[in-house]
Design a protein around this ligand. Structure first.
Ligand SMILES: Cc1cc2nc3c(=O)[nH]c(=O)nc-3n(C[C@H](O)[C@H](O)[C@H](O)COP(=O)(O)O)c2cc1C
Length: 220
């Protein structure tokens, strides 16, 4: 591994050699969600902090992009689920333009996964179910935060929290109507494995009309 950053900390001089094993076409799983599971399991088995953190990119109807990190809370053949405030910036963008991209980067494994597809809300029942599994403080936090709106002060937020904490002291906390899950139904999933000399392995799965997946190797 190159240690040049010790001599020169500037980003244009940060450089490491990727020395992980290759990603071979012959060992790729036919189903990209199975392949994703194998890689996420590897990431969970290492000391990576929050391996389920992913960058979510959305865009306005006119195509102005925005991106932020959210946590993956479930996935299967139907898609990749995260939870948020439907009135947040991302929630509003997804309402007007229901396409999104997700990116996982597991640095110590030199691996990236990119997913893109259409987005829809999961059912109220599923959102309720997940909301009820959260710690009470997180549930109250969801009521207290008008996510992505301007606050005049930290106190404003803390006062909201205290009010809801008092309101729900003796009660179960219901899911706020503006909070719930989205599912990204994948159309493209790409796996990137860093390799020496920047000759990385990339494989892209593309969903076909008959529900099967076409796999192609891409130039790094
Ligand atoms: C590690 C990490 C995990 C996060 N997980 C979530 C999440 O699951 N849901 C969420 O709404 N925001 C999450 N956030 C906060 C978002 O990055 C973002 O600040 C927030 O959702 C508002 O985004 P928006 O204004 O673009 O809608 C997380 C941030 C980090 C750094």
């Amino acid at each position: 591994m190159d240690t040049s950053k010790k001599e020169d900390p500037s980003v244009d001089n940060l450089r490491i050699e990727y020395e992980r094993p290759e990603l071979q076409r012959s060992t790729l799983k036919a189903d990209p969600v199975e392949q994703f599971k194998a890689w996420l399991d590897d990431a969970i088995a290492t000391d990576i902090i929050e391996p389920h953190a992913m960058t979510l990119a959305t865009a306005t109807a006119s195509g102005i992009p925005s991106a932020r990190v959210v946590l993956l809370r479930g996935y299967d053949a139907k898609g990749f689920v995260f939870y948020t405030n439907y009135d947040s910036q991302k929630g509003k963008e997804l309402a007007e333009n229901p396409y999104a991209a997700l990116t996982f980067y597991w640095a110590s494994l030199h691996r990236q996964v990119r997913i893109s597809g259409t987005v829809s809300r999961i059912s109220a029942i599923e959102s309720n179910h997940y909301f009820q599994s959260r710690p009470k403080s997180s549930q109250i936090g969801a009521w207290s935060s008008k996510q992505s709106q301007v606050l005049n002060s930290r106190e404003e937020l803390e006062d909201e929290f205290k009010e809801f904490e008092a309101e729900f002291q003796e009660k179960d906390v219901p899911r706020p109507p503006y909070w719930g899950g989205f599912i990204v139904s994948p159309e493209i999933i790409e796996f990137w494995q860093g390799r020496p000399s920047r000759l990385h392995d990339r494989f892209r799965y593309k969903l076909q009309g008959d529900g099967s997946w076409m796999i192609e190797r891409l130039s790094p």
